[in-house]
Structures are given as C-alpha cells and as structure tokens.
Design a protein around this ligand. Structure first.
Ligand SMILES: [Fe+2]
Length: 395
C-alpha cells in the first residue's frame, strides 16, 4: 500500500422527503443562503420551491441563482460569485447534479478567496491559485453520478477557450449532503443510464491506474461495482424505485470518496480523455464516459494486464487464466453490459465527427501533462497517439 490520509467530513442525511429539512440544517451555517441550481423550467422547479420554502420557514434569507449549465461555465460561475458577494451570503445550497455541485464549490471558495473561478483549475504547467478558505456548502444531489456531494473535486468549463478542467480542495467539501431518493427518482432514463456509467468510471479509474496493491481497496471497489450492476439492471425496469435509487446514491457517493482507493491512489486518464468531448461539443459528462470507456479499456489492456484481468474475473465472470487474454476480454464484457442496459453509444451516435481528434488529443496532453513529452499520466503514460487511437475506437 502507498501511504495515505483520508477522512469523510460530510454529514450524510439520507431518506425520502428529507429535503424539507434543509432549512433547519442550514441555519447552523448562516443567516443568508444562496441556492445555486439549474435554469428554471424543468421538472426540478417544485424541488427548488420546496428548498426555498424550507429555508424561509427556518428564518433564513434566500437568494436563488439559476442557470448553472451541465458542464458549468466558469463565466456563469463568476456571475454567481459576484451575486454571492454583493448579497453578502453566508452559505451555498447546491441543488442539482455534479455540474451544479461542482459549480457551487467554485462559488463558495472563490467568493471567500478572491479572483475568478478559472484561476484555480489545473492547466498545464501553470501553478493554480490556492484557496484561503470557503463558505459552507450544503449539497442536495438531484442525480447519482459524480459523488461531488461529498468530495473535494470540481470540474468547470471555460466557454471562451472550450477547455474543461478540474481542481480539488478540502475547503470545498460540503458540510452536509441531503440525499433524498424522492428527488433522485425524477431523473429520466437516458440520464440515469449515463449516470450509472459515470459511477462505474469512477470505480475503475484508480483500480486500473495504480501498481500499488491494496486488497481492501480492491474489495471495496469490486463490491460497489457488483452493487452498481445489480441496481442498474433494476432501475431501468422501474425508474421510480426509491430503494434502488438509494443504493445507486451510495455507489455514487462512496465510489468517488477515496475509500475505493485507499492505499493505491492512481491517475485518472479516462476522465482527461473525455474532457474534450464535453469541452468542445458540450456532451454531458456521463455520456462522454459511455463513449470513452470501452475504447480506453481495449486500447490500454496491455498497460497493466494483471489489473485489467483481476477486474474482468471478479466483476465480469471472466474465467480465462492468462492475464493478457483476460485483460483483453474486459472491454468485450463491459461493452456487452453497456448494450444490455441500453447505455452503449459511439461518437457517431452522439453526433461528434472525427475531424478534431488531433486537436482533442493535443488538448489532453497540454492541459494534463504526463511524465514524457506529449503524454498524460495513466496506467502507463498515455501519448497523444494513444489518445487519437482511443478516439478512433470510439467512432
Ligand atoms: Fe465522472
């Protein structure tokens, strides 16, 4: 195992109907709350009203910032930061999916620390600005995917450059996450499929990227993958099943909490390779992962065949004893699974042409530089040529 530090500071409040407790919970953190959420005019509108009413009833003042996009724009977040400061808010209620919660992290920490949201992201050789603190965040996830509701990460997009990047800061970990399966049951079929695959992508990123051995981490990951597979099959039969929504919520939260990687934290190249799909073409992140995962698993199977083989045997019923042969079966099995669940999509299915592969690969190796020139870190250094080859397999 590699040495590590880990904690899980977010208080998890779970249960049907518990969104109405947000006012009582929030008043411990301030007197004026900004509710950050998507544009109005969606099935989420009644939920926004419920949250606002609960806050008002508990005696808080409320400012609502709507219009955070999927793939949240740094420019939109900067407007929210200005509003937060002008209104002298004390805390952020992040009501939405990973995009809204990620965006809210930049609102709370940038309003506290100064500058613009984009100043803080990883960007090639640039040294990102460091936060000095953050206002409290209460997260209310409306979709189970990113696990952002309980972690330190956050991804935003620069609409002026079409770049998408991330940062992590312990200051921004939400104080409380209110996970209400009645809210999660509003997610439609396609987004549910995308989000389950995003959860899967988080579970396998570290599993496949590290040489360190941690059987505890492996078993945590494998258990959550098996739980995800069982509940993915159930949720597409009945989107309103609150018990299943709850199980998927736990897979989302703990699949990207660090507990799945204790002692073998690795790099996350699949997410880097997906970022141009969202940054340039505005593809929802989870759908981008649907497209990228089978191609990545196929192209990189020889990078750490013993890791690929372990996952294939333990979670996808592969019995092949030769590691390299078993490793190559992983992509085949995952593709079968994505087709069974109706999730499988190619680049052409999502309307992305093949004329920018070189530029997209350049973006990845420039923004997330690896140990050799024109590469990004991964199970082995992933070169620009590798990335172009992976995009070719996504067609
Ligand atoms: Fe993700």
């Amino acid at each position: 195992m590699t040495p590590f530090e880990w904690n899980f500071p977010t208080k998890l409040t779970y249960g049907p109907g518990r969104i109405s407790e947000v006012g009582e919970i929030a008043k411990a953190y301030g007197k004026k709350a900004m509710v950050a959420t998507y544009a109005k005019g969606s099935p989420l509108d009644p939920v926004i009203d419920t949250v606002e009413a609960s806050l008002l009833e508990a005696g808080l003042e409320v400012v609502v910032f709507t219009g955070i996009e999927p793939n949240p724009r740094a420019q939109t977040i900067d407007k929210a930061i200005e509003m937060f400061k002008a209104e002298e808010c004390d805390l952020v209620i992040a009501l939405g999916g990973g995009s809204v919660i990620d965006g809210s992290k930049y609102i709370s920490a940038t309003a506290f620390s100064g500058g613009n949201a984009w100043d803080y992201v990883v960007l090639g050789d640039r040294v990102p600005r460091e936060y000095t603190g953050a206002f409290p965040i209460i997260s209310i996830p409306t979709i189970s995917a990113a696990g952002s509701e309980c972690n330190a990460g956050g991804v935003i997009t620069n609409a002026e450059t079409n770049e998408k990047s991330f940062s992590r800061s312990p200051y921004r970990i939400p104080k409380v996450a209110i996970v209400d399966p009645e809210v999660l049951a509003s997610v439609p079929m396609r987004l549910t499929q995308d989000s389950c695959v995003d959860i899967f992508s988080h579970l396998i990123e570290h599993y496949l990227s590290s040489d360190a051995e941690s059987e505890f981490a492996d078993r945590q990951t494998e258990g959550m993958i098996l739980c995800l597979k069982e509940n993915f099959a159930k949720i597409i039969e009945n989107l309103d099943d609150l018990e299943v929504r709850g199980q998927l919520a736990l897979c989302s939260i703990f699949g990207w909490s660090g507990i799945q990687a204790l002692g073998r934290m690795g790099c996350i190249p699949m997410h880097s390779i997906e970022m141009p799909l969202s940054g340039i073409y505005d593809l929802p992140h989870g759908r981008g992962m649907v497209v990228v995962i089978p191609a990545y698993l196929e192209h990189m199977a020889d990078a750490k065949p013993h890791r690929w083989a372990k996952l294939a045997r333990r979670c996808f019923d592969v019995t092949e004893q030769d590691d390299l042969k078993a490793a190559k079966l992983l992509s085949v099995k995952v593709t079968e699974w994505l087709k069974e669940t109706g999730a499988y999509l190619t680049l052409s299915d999502v309307g992305i042409p093949d004329d920018k592969f070189e530029q997209m690969a350049d973006d990845v190796v420039r923004m997330f530089p690896g140990p050799i020139p024109q590469s990004t870190p991964g199970a082995r250094p992933v070169t620009k040529d590798d990335i172009v080859a992976i995009y070719e397999l996504c067609k």
